[in-house]
Design a protein around this ligand. Structure first.
Ligand SMILES: Cc1cc2nc3c(=O)[nH]c(=O)nc-3n(C[C@H](O)[C@H](O)[C@H](O)COP(=O)(O)O)c2cc1C
Length: 205
């Protein structure tokens, strides 16, 4: 990561509306990544066939020890496409105060395959990588925080380094597009730097 190697970031969107708020947020994220010299891989989860976790066996299937999912659909291809990305952005519409069902289906299965790698002396694909969550609420705006909270929880369980969590509503749309673009640009430029460490704390005192 870093040096003259281009940073690669995956941007997930999970809305059926091609011209909606989620799509606009995804475009702003990709613009920021590209402005910073990075490459952006767009994953439109709604265009893929990704079913829910089957809760195999006694609660765990191959996800626990083999880090792969035995429900065969577009999950496998998507999982392997995103493995070597340097940063991640989830953009989801707020449904019922949570991520959309398409986002939940994918990230539930991804978490099962990745989160326990560390226990087995491996590393999650998001381990210490910078990540951003964007919750796009077009209705009341209620539930934006709980949606962001679920993104934060997912990212933490994946061992990622949360760079920013951004809520957008119809009212804040205009200026939040700029925020998303700027946040993604900054994440690509400086997201891997150590902002806090015991050594830095001592130096700054
Ligand atoms: C099933 C469903 C549940 C929703 N729940 C909420 C909600 O809890 N809070 C909210 O502010 N908007 C809610 N909305 C509105 C969406 O968040 C809003 O339409 C969002 O902007 C969709 O993004 P899009 O333009 O990409 O479709 C809901 C919409 C749907 C379809």
């Amino acid at each position: 990561m870093g040096g003259d190697t281009k940073m690669k970031a995956a941007v997930f969107t999970s809305s059926p509306n091609k011209d909606g708020l989620t799509a606009a947020c995804g475009k702003a994220a990709m613009q920021g990544i590209k402005e910073a010299g990075g490459t952006a891989l767009h994953i439109d989860l709604n265009s893929l066939n990704i079913g829910r976790c089957s809760v195999c066996g006694n609660g765990w299937g191959t996800c626990f020890k083999e880090h792969s999912c035995q429900v065969i659909d577009d999950f496998q291809d998507t999982h392997s496409k995103i493995k070597d990305q340097d940063a991640y952005v989830i953009v989801s519409p707020v449904y019922w105060g949570e991520m959309s069902e398409t986002a939940k289906a994918f990230f539930d299965r991804l978490r099962r395959c990745e989160a326990f790698k560390e226990m087995m002396k491996g590393k999650s694909i998001m381990h210490k990588k910078p990540v951003i969550g964007v919750a796009a609420a077009g209705g009341s705006g209620n539930g934006t925080l709980s949606c962001l909270e679920s993104m934060e929880r997912f990212y933490k369980q994946m061992g990622a380094d949360v760079f920013d969590l951004i809520g957008v509503t119809r009212k804040s749309r205009a200026y939040k597009m700029e925020t998303i673009r700027a946040a993604c640009k900054e994440m690509i430029l400086n997201g891997s730097k150590e902002f806090f460490s015991p050594e830095k704390y001592e130096q700054d005192r």
